[in-house]
Every structure is written in C-alpha cells, then in structure tokens.
Design a protein around this ligand. Structure first.
Ligand code: LLP
Length: 381
C-alpha cells in the first residue's frame, strides 16, 4: 500500500484512506477495456461509496452513475455526473425521489413493480414530461455469491418475474407519460468468476427473441453490476479483470445493431482503492488467544459482521519480522464486532497502525454512529 507512516499520522484514527492513483488506474483500465465497443456504457454504482472525493473524480472521467435513492441522485448531480448518464433503480422510490429524477431529466428509471410504473407516469404527467423507463427483470440466475448479496433468483424483492415482462411493457406502451427504453438485470454482487455472467447473457438472448416476436423494440440492455474483487490478495490483484468481464458480454450477448449495453459497477471500481486505517488500543492476552483491540469497529466497517466478509489486515507500523496469531476485534459492545479471527500478523502493540484493505466499497458508506461514535471520515492522503 502506498501510504507512508508520515501520511498516516496526519489524521486521527479510525479513518478511510483512498488511493486516488489506484482509482485513476482502475478507471483508465475500464475505459481501455470498453473502448472497442462505444455502445458500452459504465455507470458507477454510487451505493458502493458516495464520498465526493471519489465520485467527483469518477464523474470527471466521464462515467455515468447508478443511483438507488433520491439522496444518491442529488449526490451524483452535486458531484458533476451528467443527468443524462444517471440511472435510478430501487424497489421503493418515494414520490419526491421520482420527482427529483424527473425534474433533472435523468436518463432512466429502472422500474421494479407495476404500481411504481403508474406513479412515475402520474408524476411525469403532472410535469408534462415523459419518463424513460427500463424494467428490472429477475433472470432467475444463481450468481454463486453470499446469500445476503445475491439478487437474481426468483424469490426476491427485486424486479419483475420474467413472465411479467411482456404485460409490463405492454402496459407502459399504453401510458402517455412513460417511454419503454430497455431491460435491466442484476444477478448479485462480489461475483468472482466472470463466467457466472454467461447464463445471464443467454437469458437476455432468449428474452430478446420473445420481445421481437411481439414487435417490441428494446434500445437499452442494462446488466447491472457485480464484478468481484480479490479480498485475499489485494496487492496482487489491485485492479479486477475488466477485460475478461466485458469479453463475456462481447462473446455471449447477442446485442442488436443500435442497442446500447449498460453496466452498473460499484465494488470493482472503488473497492481496492480504500483502506480503513485504525490504531491498536490494546493487546489483550487471553488464556488461549491474543486479541488486538482496535479503535475501529463495525461502526466503521460492517462487512465482516454482516456478511462474514474477510478484509486483508496489515500492520503498517510493525518493526519486527516476528509474527503471531491474533483475533482482531473492535470496541463496540457486541460480540459480532470482530474483524477477523486467527490472523497472523507481526508482533503488535498499543499504538500500532493497522490497515483493513479492500474497504473502498461498502465501507465508509455503510458506517453508523452506533454507541454514539463519530461518523468515520475519508481522506486521500
Ligand atoms: N446494480 C444493482 C441493481 C445493485 O443492486 C448493485 C449492488 C449494483 C449494481 C452494484 O454492485 P457491485 O458492482 O458493487 O457488486 N453491501 C454489500 C453489497 C451490496 C450490493 C448491493 N447491490 C457488500 O458489502 O458486499
């Protein structure tokens, strides 16, 4: 990690450190990987990290945005994303959130239920506007990921079942203030093997044939996000295999001429560029274990407690090569406040600085103030 101890000392721990140079390299790699296909568009899934340090850079580089709340739409507008590059998903869009999208002429609402379609139509009519809508279809595909972040299977609160797709589009086509422009999918998150997106391509090919038989034209296909990152070896794989990922779609998805393909990538864009920096408060010698008690807890990084996620832990200040095994735990009064158990680290002591790596996605943005703690902040150096 390109962070010197002098830099670390600049901010009170715990805090998030963002490696902007890695973010820029990641963005450049994505641009390079999609450059042969100008009809491919990447929307940054801002739910992964809404820190303006990152969003303003991503917007400046010309990426679109994928939002799931009015707050995110506003944050993206503030960060400089062009409204015509913003897509807005979410199962429960409140009226004011839909209105915000309409008033700013965002590119598309990803509609997840029939009542939502009717409300978008009504609110658009009040404004004398036409809302562009895509239907989120549940493709019933197993993304082979953690149960709490898989979304593509049938029994799910997201999207419409495949058999409801046609009636939904037909209904949209009878409404005056919505325009059907596409289909939206998302199979899950932290999908490590790009091959798991192949069945999605096949499913979309089938659905396209079905729609064409009904004379329905679909201009946009949105395949969501989900590309995973290497949490175990962040130093070896700081940038995910975007080339391999996009080539799955190039190989398997039968895009029609003039169709645009949209991606909503979150974790793969910002995940590796963030680390949670924390200080060891105490080394507690138990009877069978040694605990490193840190000043960060699940209030700063909830992924281990919520999804059994593992983040690679590094001691940035250790001066010895001698190692031992620790349970690394936070200060929150809950037994789930454990970052990892049985981690081999250099001998560590009070005052040492640890980095929890690969925490740029779903880290700072999921922080809380539980136990009346201060909300964690993020810095670039
Ligand atoms: N599009 C849709 C419709 C989504 O639901 C998501 C993520 C994304 C795009 C972006 O997915 P990504 O490229 O980041 O995998 N908090 C969890 C992850 C939740 C993902 C929710 N949806 C975690 O920390 O692992």
């Amino acid at each position: 990690m390109s962070l010197s101890l002098k830099q670390i000392a600049q901010h009170p721990t715990p805090y998030y450190y963002y490696d902007m140079s890695l973010l820029r390299q990641t963005l450049a790699t994505i641009k390079e990987a999609i450059s042969p296909t100008p009809n491919y568009h990447v929307h940054y899934a801002v739910k992964a990290n809404a820190n303006p340090l990152l969003t303003s850079e991503i917007a400046r580089q010309g990426f679109g945005a994928d939002c799931v709340s009015g707050g995110e739409v506003q944050a993206c507008l503030d960060a400089g994303f062009a409204p015509q590059d913003i897509v807005f998903a979410g199962v429960g869009k409140a009226d004011w959130e839909i209105a915000l999208g309409l008033d700013n002429d965002i590119f598309c609402f990803n509609v997840e239920s029939m009542p939502e379609l009717e409300v978008i139509n009504e609110l658009a009519a009040e404004r004398n506007k036409t809302a562009r809508v895509a239907f989120r279809i549940n493709p019933n595909i197993d993304a082979h990921t953690h149960e709490k972040i898989t979304t593509g299977l049938n029994e799910n609160k997201f999207g419409l079942a495949m058999e409801d797709m046609l009636p939904a589009i037909q209904r949209a086509n009878t409404l005056n203030n919505v325009e059907y422009i596409g289909l939206h999918f998302h199979i899950g998150s932290q999908v490590l093997n790009p091959d798991f997106f192949t069945p999605l391509c096949h499913r979309i090919n089938e659905l396209q044939v079905q729609l064409e038989a009904e004379g329905i034209a679909t201009h946009n296909i949105n395949v969501g996000g989900g590309l995973g990152i290497d949490y175990e070896n962040p130093n070896e794989h700081p940038i995910p295999d975007f080339e391999g990922y996009f080539s799955i779609f190039r190989t398997h998805l039968k895009l029609r001429p003039h169709q645009h393909l949209h991606f909503e990538l979150g974790r793969s864009i910002v995940g590796q560029c963030g680390s949670l920096i924390t200080k060891v408060l105490y080394m507690k010698q138990g009877h069978e274990k040694k605990f490193l008690i840190t000043d960060a807890g699940f209030t700063e990084l909830i992924r281990p407690a919520l999804y059994d996620a593992k983040h690679f832990i590094e001691n940035l200040s250790a001066t010895t090569a001698e190692t031992t095994v620790y349970d690394v735990v936070g200060p929150i009064c809950e037994s789930s406040d454990v970052f990892d158990k049985g981690v081999r680290l250099p001998l560590s002591q009070r005052g040492d600085i640890l980095a929890l790596r690969s925490a740029g996605a779903y880290g700072e943005v999921m922080a809380s103030t539980y136990n009346c703690r201060s909300l964690v902040k993020g810095y670039t150096e």
